[in-house]
Design a protein around this ligand. Sequence first.
Ligand code: RB5
Length: 366
Amino acid sequence: MKIAIGSDHAAFPLKSILVAHLREKGFEEILDMGTDTDSLPCDYPDIALKVGEMVAQRKADRGVLLCGTGVGMSIAANKMPGVYAAHCHDVETASMSRRHNNSNVLTLGARILSPETAVEILDVWLSTEFEGDRHSRRLSKIADYEQKICPSCCLSDKGKTVIFDHPLVQHKVSIIRDKNTSVKEFRELVQEIAGLMVYEITRNLPLVKIQVETPLALTDAYALEGKKLAIVPVLRAGLGMVDGILQLVPNAKVGHIGLYRDPETLMPVEYYCKLPGDISERDILILDPMLATGGSASAAISLVKARGGKKVSLVCIIAAPEGVSKVHGDHPDVDIFAAALDSHLNDHGYIVPGLGDAGDRLFGTK
Ligand code: RB5
């Protein structure tokens, strides 16, 4: 188990005791995120956010945060989606915070607890398992809210479905649903919606610190670390989303997948597939505005995976529950991003209320 630990100045001595204790117990991967002395004041949020980030980004399995009372650490750490920090004064609370709340960060008050009690609490907290069951249901309500306020900042091993309820996205989706919207306006809005969605999807792209010389001074600044992205529209409607995304991420590589439905088997059949050569190193966004039955989306994902794609997400504008179930059933690791989740499919496989055939509406072919 990898443990990130941090304290402010008030709890620096307790941190040293707990780190030594953890080492003695055989925990080898201990990430000490500071502070490094008790003789200089240190603001607890700086440390809480560092440790919280390690846990939220799965760079550490658990976090331990210490300050005078433990309260400031708990308040700061719990601001981060994916962090479930439990502030504990006793062994019972620590145990319950694992069994019922699946807490992944423990906060302790160095001015409140004796070092012996702190050690006891830590041991129980580290060795107690989450009970799941009804508690998972309760926790998923918290996770749903986190996803709502920050769709892409929650990491999960299981694929998630994120519906973008941002007012600008919702407004534009309403216009493209309207059967009287012109082809020109429809096409422009699909690009805009795709761009707005990708703006949020790319929230966690890693940055590197660089130096920039402004006309006034040399300053620290940030640049994209250069994580590789690929976008893969499913022909033909997926093409409608490409330019909106490339405007924001101009260096993304673009693959293409063409699928048709075999009239006899009704199964999707590949007729075209051209992907970037280094697809296995890229984060891949498969684009298809309508996720209806999910048959072609699932086939497109399988195709990309068969050619080496590892981190695949599906970006659509309108999804039907049937399509979401199909894709998550076939590909539990894939995130689905959509601007709306509609009611159902009709007998012809169209999403209701939907917006009709996205390809026809984009290219004026009806
Ligand atoms: C520092 O004096 C103190 O405010 C801090 O350690 C902590 O108790 C805050 O919650």
